[in-house]
Design a protein around this ligand. Structure first.
Ligand code: SAM
Length: 274
């Protein structure tokens, strides 16, 4: 029995179902259900939402979401070895959990949901950033989710939340800052995982902005790729092929500035000037 439900402790679940962690699937499992409950609570109220979780593994976060009031949790897991353990959770919680075996990178999320949605996940490190940019990078906005509460390697979390003059500020910070209000909630030490990863992790909470400053995402990507691709150069040099000084003048940006000094509004002006 655990502290949050009457299901067996996660160590027993892993043992019983032979879930030895596979590095190729980014498997670092959280075994402390108090910690997974803290992650679930970071997402705010879970009632009335479909909660999507990517990569439930043995179900530590899944159980916390259900124990903390989620009425509908939909999980997508690539490792078939986890399915029996997840089916036990689904039985225990009277079908409030729907388990989908599949690859999150190929999942059509909007097809899975029936109402407003939050995404909460301890993401597999190898697909964490592409999943995030996929969720934030579509032309259509607002997105299908009300919030994202996600675990990343700490260094990636810092890039997500970075603002100008921060050494982690780059393309990811511009995308996340443009479309969301992103905050780091708390760090999670290596020792909390089994097996421990090489680095500290962090939980990030992203709240979509209802009306980000208007611009085409393709243009924004073109500008930030060029600007941060040569981040030590002045913008008049790094943006030369896109219009150089004339473009910068149109966007009212001083040509001797560097990418790391330009805020989201400045990049939006550049994208619109392009
Ligand atoms: N949520 C569990 C926890 O917190 O203990 C496990 C997290 S573990 C970091 C990542 C999980 O994602 C693993 O269960 C792994 O099998 C799964 N996974 C890896 N790649 C995936 C993919 N492309 N699509 C869906 N799940 C994936």
């Amino acid at each position: 029995m655990s502290t949050i439900d009457t299901l067996p402790p996660l160590r027993e679940v892993i043992e019983e179902h032979g879930l030895a962690a596979k590095k190729s699937l980014g498997q670092n499992f959280l075994l402390d259900l108090n910690l997974t409950s803290k992650i679930a609570r970071t997402a705010g109220s879970l009632e009335g939402y479909d909660i999507i979780e990517v990569g439930p593994g043995p179900g530590g976060l899944t159980r916390a979401l259900l124990a903390n009031g989620a009425e509908s949790v939909i999980v997508v897991e690539r490792d078939p070895r986890c399915l029996d353990a997840l089916a036990q959770i689904s039985n225990h919680y009277d079908g409030r959990l729907k388990v989908i075996e599949g690859d999150a990178m190929e999942t059509d999320w909007q097809n899975l949901i029936t109402r407003k949605t939050k995404i909460v996940a301890n993401l597999p490190y190898n697909v964490a950033t592409p999943l995030l940019t996929g969720w934030l990078g579509g032309e259509a906005w607002p997105p299908f989710f009300d919030s994202l509460t996600l675990m990343f390697q700490k260094e990636v979390a810092e890039r997500i939340c970075a603002t100008p003059a921060d050494k982690h500020y780059g393309r990811l910070g511009v995308l996340c800052g443009w479309r969301t209000h992103a905050t780091k909630a708390f760090d999670v030490s290596r020792e909390a995982f089994s097996p421990p990863p090489k680095v500290t992790s962090s939980i990030v909470h992203l709240q979509p902005r209802p009306e980000p400053l208007p611009c085409s995402i393709k243009s924004l990507e073109t500008i930030t790729r060029a600007a941060f691709g040569q981040r030590r150069k002045m913008l008049r040099a790094s943006l030369k092929s896109l219009g150089g000084e004339a473009l910068l003048e149109k966007a009212e940006i001083i040509p001797t500035k560097r990418a790391e000094e330009i805020d989201v509004a400045g990049f939006v002006r550049l994208a619109n000037a392009l």
